[in-house]
Ligand binder design. Structure first.
Ligand code: ZN
Length: 174
């Protein structure tokens, strides 16, 4: 898989201590992962890397917005993102240590640390399950079309299930 060169940190010869990097993330980043759900992105990944002898700690702060499709009206939806994630990197020659989301095992001969997969996974994890506009912000034309397509029956049963259905009956009685 082709991955963004920007997310590769040269660790060979990197001095022990703290290092800071900023990586911009745009829509092309998600295309490289063949993700068609994210239409565009305006994110900055702020990486704080601490190199010790035999280990590396990485703290990532991701902030900005991603653009996706609204599940309800299919119009463009901007989702704000602001989260942090950390990763520990260990150098080992064997595969005995199980890899996990928070621990990455690198061969001591690896000259660079590629954070693209890690960053991609965390952005996906932090996306909301339901990607919809705030109430009333959906494309009104599309909502009207959906309403017509669903037909009157679906509309009725939904009203019966709504918490206001009982209230409506009360109002009718008065
Ligand atoms: Zn919408």
């Amino acid at each position: 898989m082709a991955v963004s060169k920007d997310f590769k940190i040269q660790i060979k010869g990197l001095a022990v201590g703290n290092h800071v990097y900023d990586f911009p993330v745009d829509g092309a980043f998600f295309k490289e992962f063949e993700n068609t759900q994210i239409l565009d992105a305006h994110l900055v990944v702020h990486v704080e890397l601490e190199k010790g002898s035999g280990f590396i700690h990485v703290n990532c702060g991701v902030s900005g917005t991603v653009e996706t499709e609204c599940d309800r009206c299919l119009d463009r939806l901007e989702i704000p993102m602001d989260f942090t994630a950390s990763l520990a990197v260990k150098f080992a020659k064997t595969d005995d240590d199980p890899q996990s989301d928070e621990l990455l095992i690198l061969d001591p001969t690896d000259g660079e640390l590629d954070l693209s997969q890690f960053v991609y996974d965390y952005i996906c994890i932090n996306l909301p399950l339901q990607k919809v506009h705030a109430p009333g912000k959906c494309d009104p034309g599309m909502i009207e079309k959906l309403r017509q397509a669903e037909g009157g029956k679906a509309e009725e049963s939904r009203e019966e299930n709504s918490p206001f259905a009982g209230l409506k009956d009360l109002l009718k009685e008065n």
